[in-house]
Design a protein around this ligand. Structure first.
Ligand code: ZN
Length: 105
């Protein structure tokens, strides 16, 4: 991982131009953008499930009527955000390893 990638893009095989630089994994900007958008889409599912679960829990506990309702909702949003970040990170790694064709490194 110490050396910078010098070949063409490891995913689409496109050569890098003068002003283009591969990222640490040897991916071009186009493939990376695709990876990011895919993992973002995938990450929405667990986030929505979590948000629904959290909302159900709060509603079931009667907390929506409590004085701290705003706090509970803020907590839910914060936790959903963390869920989203973690899910996207995991999806990113999974999709990346799937998209990388027989990567040696
Ligand atoms: Zn590429």
């Amino acid at each position: 991982m110490a050396e910078a990638w010098t070949g063409p893009c490891r995913v689409c095989g496109r050569e890098f131009g003068e002003n283009e630089k591969p990222d640490a994994n040897g991916w071009c900007a186009k493939c990376r953008a695709l990876l990011v958008s895919r993992s973002t889409r995938v990450a929405w599912l667990p986030t929505v499930l979590f948000a629904l679960g959290f909302y159900a829990l709060v509603a079931w506990g009667g907390l929506l009527e409590s004085r701290f309702m705003v706090v509970w909702l803020a907590l839910g949003v914060a936790l959903a955000w963390v869920t989203f970040k973690v899910a996207r990170r995991v999806a990113f790694d999974v999709i990346r390893s799937r998209m990388t064709p027989r990567a040696g490194v």
